[in-house]
Design a protein around this ligand. Structure first.
Ligand code: SF4
Length: 400
């Protein structure tokens, strides 16, 4: 069921050629790092530095067809193709465009399963108050750019699983259940496919990644961190511009705490409730790992200077948006002992989910209460609601 607000706009559906992911691709190169590519080249009787050329073509030039790898001699390209090697990068199969500039993609993986990725030009203010956020940066980094090239300021929301098993009651993705985990290449491939689509210049344009799409990253930990390593080492993105959100998977947080700082994204907790009893109703995972157990694990994550942990908080009318809830969240944040900021998200409606959007006055009152209690609080801009691209709305929906 579409709400009346959704009916007022007509999102545009664009069909693209999805042939960049060939059927029967048995030997995908995308997803292998420089060391693995060099080892493969050495096994094929080629000098190891050919691996560096492959890395450059895959991750910096973002080429999607082995025939375009012109730094390799043609006979070598032909031999690799004959042996069954393909680029094998996930391909953008469909694009849904919102009236607000947001784009939601169905991205096709090798087995014809699709996953969702969202591009939000100018971001959603989710990084407000973080190290190097918009408030701390020069205005010259904004999207207007210079005369030669438009400079992007955008946020890219990336999926880590197809579907999700965590079953948060307010989330449309939960309706899918868990279909399967994504590989490191499929997670990083979403990013590279979208960077290629928008001709993003890494190091010049300002693109933040949030691992907040479909799935729970810490229930697919090795692939998630494998993707982060590829994106940092081979693609050249900074982990300080990446945020991973967890529903509170304690063993995952414990592993995350041991990652080297130069490879670790920022951490967010999808909190969504002021206490265990409300959270248990909204997020059944809370019965396994209650709030205090999650906070205890988070305290072991070494923070970088000026880094904060984000509490993501979905406001549901009458359920989590009351002034008493705000005061309780503030107490919880103080009790945690963590450098915390709170990102408020007005719940986005989805078909078959029986909650109500909060009123604007309730949202502002909640935010103001947190600030008055000394807790930095920001309101995430709702993006792409008309195309089911907003938080908690990703479900491979093809209706417009
Ligand atoms: S909110 Fe996140 S963790 Fe919860 S069901 Fe949805 S995708 Fe899974």
């Amino acid at each position: 069921m579409l709400t009346e607000a959704m009916r007022k706009v007509t999102p545009q559906l664009v069909l693209l050629d999805a042939a960049a992911q060939p059927a029967g691709c048995t030997l995908p190169l995308f997803g292998l790092d420089a060391a693995a590519l060099s080892a493969r080249m050495a096994q094929a009787g080629e000098p190891a530095w050919r691996g560096r050329q492959l890395t450059e073509a895959l991750y910096r030039q973002r080429l999607a067809d082995l025939n375009e790898f012109t730094t390799l001699p043609k006979p070598l390209r032909q031999r690799l193709i004959a042996e069954g090697w393909q680029v094998g990068r996930p391909a953008v199969a469909q694009v849904f465009q919102s009236v607000d500039g947001t784009e939601r993609y169905l991205i096709e993986c090798g087995d014809a399963q699709t996953v969702e990725t969202v591009w939000m030009p100018e971001g959603d203010d989710g990084d407000s108050g973080d190290e190097g956020d918009s408030a701390n940066e020069a205005a010259s980094s904004l999207a207007e750019g210079d005369s030669a090239h438009r400079r992007w300021k955008a946020t890219l929301c990336v999926s880590s699983q197809i579907g999700c098993a965590v079953n948060c009651q307010f989330c449309l993705t939960a309706k899918l259940g868990l279909q399967r985990n994504l590989s490191a290449g499929e997670i990083a491939g979403q990013v590279v496919a979208v960077l290629a689509r928008h001709a993003v210049e890494v190091g010049r344009d300002r693109v933040n990644l949030v691992f907040m799409g479909m799935g729970e990253p810490f229930l697919n930990y090795d692939s998630f961190m494998g993707a982060v390593r590829l994106l940092v080492t081979e693609v050249g993105l900074s982990p300080r511009r990446m945020t991973v959100s967890t529903s509170g998977i304690v063993p995952g947080i414990e592993r995350f705490a041991a990652e080297p700082p130069e490879m670790r994204p920022r951490l967010a907790l999808s909190l969504n409730a002021p206490n265990d009893s409300v959270r248990e109703q909204l997020m059944p995972i809370n019965r396994k790992w209650p709030i205090e157990a999650v906070l205890e694990a988070m305290r072991a994550v070494p923070m970088r200077p000026r880094e904060r942990i984000t509490f993501e908080y979905v406001l549901l009318a009458g359920v989590t948006d009351q002034p008493a809830h705000a005061r309780e969240v503030a107490r919880l944040a103080r009790r945690s002992g963590l450098p915390v900021k709170v990102n408020l998200i007005a719940w986005n409606p989805g078909p078959g989910i029986d909650y109500t959007m909060p009123q604007p006055e309730a949202i502002e009152s909640f935010r103001r209460t947190l600030i008055d209690e000394g807790i930095p609080a920001y309101l995430r801009k709702p993006r792409g609601r008309d195309i089911f691209a907003a938080c908690g709305q990703l479900k491979r929906t093809v209706e417009g």
